[in-house]
Design a binder for this molecule. Structure first.
Ligand SMILES: Nc1nc2c(c(=O)[nH]1)N=C(COP(=O)(O)OP(=O)(O)O)CN2
Ligand SMILES: Nc1ccc(C(=O)O)cc1
Length: 401
């Protein structure tokens, strides 16, 4: 388009038309209509520390902003997307206040109530997760791979003494929680026996529990989750989203573990053949929502389930980038959002860096941008580096030391 003004005017009128068409779709009561809301236009929430009995005071960046998940960011815009049911898919960008008014106007229709629920989920303050506050700042989850064959650090912490040292180092480097994994799930990896997983995990579990750390266990197996819960773990992180082992969700409910439901399709052996999506962002969203239903039905407390779109699991490079670009849409699930980008192959593909250990700068960039979209937990190999990057990011957000 040659001139800015006519282009903007045309966009505004097409936005108005799209918003009107969404409203009509909702009023028609189309039961198959699926709705999504991606917040954007982020700016930091200013927090003045409380003194004595005074609670900290928070100030939004300006009028028309809403606080994201009760956390450190506010947003003033939202992209609404819809698909399914009788009509064509669509999308519209609106100020969040206009989206909330639209939802209000159609509240008597089921679609309107679903839209309102989605928008409320963006704002709803997240509970403490495994005891960790997720409202003040992003949390760093340190990866401790007690494996001989993980894609970037296999063997580093495999021997019991090395596993214990890796736990101590991650905590000394400032990790908020530890993710102990005994099975590599890199593309092509084969399944291992739960007894072997448990045997590998124990030294790290014991060291981490003795140190009083918040411990997550990265496993797809209910028996391993059960064992880890008895040895002090607080979180089950399941890359299969509790679909691999039919007993896993029940174990989480019964033990009271918190949970991370990650998105993947198939198994590490098959996942890179399962990258056919209609719309990767919306399909991953729907499939994660199915995992949440599974956990809800098993009796797991909703506030104790974090979601993760699963970067590198049954995704191409472009699909990983689409998910990271649109990451904030996942706040619409109403749960804490965890993201794992550390040293992954998409960084290698973008930069040409073949050695996973040399992908730290790219990993930091991806982690910071995820936190800039409100991700509450970042799962990383390079703890000290990530902590430093986040501390600087936070200070800039505050505008003072
Ligand atoms: N929730 C969650 N869990 C994960 C994720 C992730 O992105 N999110 N990535 C992994 C891959 O990284 P790792 O270094 O553990 O590699 P490995 O599978 O080869 O051990 C393993 N586990
Ligand atoms: N388990 C995994 C390990 C690595 C990757 C990746 O590099 O994309 C994906 C999955």
């Amino acid at each position: 388009m040659a001139h800015d003004l006519p282009a903007n005017a045309a966009a505004a009128s097409s936005d108005a038309a799209a918003a009107a068409s969404l409203e009509t779709r909702i009023r028609e009561g189309d039961a198959g209509l699926r709705l999504y809301a991606r917040p954007f236009g982020f700016a930091p929430v200013a927090v003045t520390p409380g003194a004595g009995l005074l609670k900290p005071a928070t100030r939004l960046p300006g009028p028309g902003f809403r606080r994201l998940a009760g956390g450190w960011l506010a947003f003033d815009m939202v992209e609404l997307l819809w698909r399914g049911g009788e009509g064509r898919p669509g999308r519209v960008v609106l100020p969040v206040e206009a989206a909330l008014r639209l939802a209000d106007r159609v509240m008597e229709y089921p679609g309107g109530r679903r839209l309102a629920r989605r928008l409320r989920a963006l704002e709803a303050p997240r509970q403490r997760f495994a005891g960790l506050d997720l409202q003040r700042r992003a949390r760093v989850m340190a990866i401790v791979n007690v494996t001989p064959d993980s894609f970037s650090d296999g063997g580093d912490a495999f021997a019991p003494a090395d596993a214990a040292a890796a736990v101590r180092r991650a905590l000394a480097d400032g990790a908020d929680l530890l993710d102990l994994g005994a099975e590599s799930t890199r593309p092509g990896a084969a399944d291992i026996d739960p007894a072997e997983e448990i045997r590998r995990l124990d030294p790290a579990l014991d060291e981490a529990s003795a140190a009083g750390a918040v411990v997550s266990v990265d496993t797809r197996k209910g028996a391993v989750m059960h064992h880890a819960a008895g040895r002090g773990a607080a979180i089950a992180n399941d890359v299969s989203g509790f679909t691999y082992d039919p007993a896993a969700a029940g174990v989480v409910a019964q033990t009271g573990l918190s949970a991370v439901a990650m998105h993947m399709r198939g198994t590490p052996e098959t996942m890179q053949q399962l990258t056919g999506y209609d719309d990767v962002v919306l399909d991953v969203f729907d499939e994660l929502e199915d995992r949440l239903v599974l956990l809800d039905e098993a009796g797991v407390s909703p506030g104790q389930v974090a979601v993760d779109p699963g970067i590198g699991f049954s995704k191409t490079v472009d699909q990983n980038l689409a998910l990271l670009h649109n990451l904030s849409i996942f706040h619409g699930l109403g749960r804490p959002l965890l993201i794992g980008v550390s040293r992954k192959s998409f960084i290698g593909r973008i930069t040409g860096e073949e050695a996973p250990r040399a992908r730290v700068p790219g990993s930091l960039a991806a982690a910071l941008l995820a936190v800039g979209q409100g991700a509450q937990i970042v799962r990383v190999h390079d703890v000290a580096e990530t902590v430093q990057a986040l501390v600087v990011g936070q200070a800039i957000g505050r505008g003072r030391a």
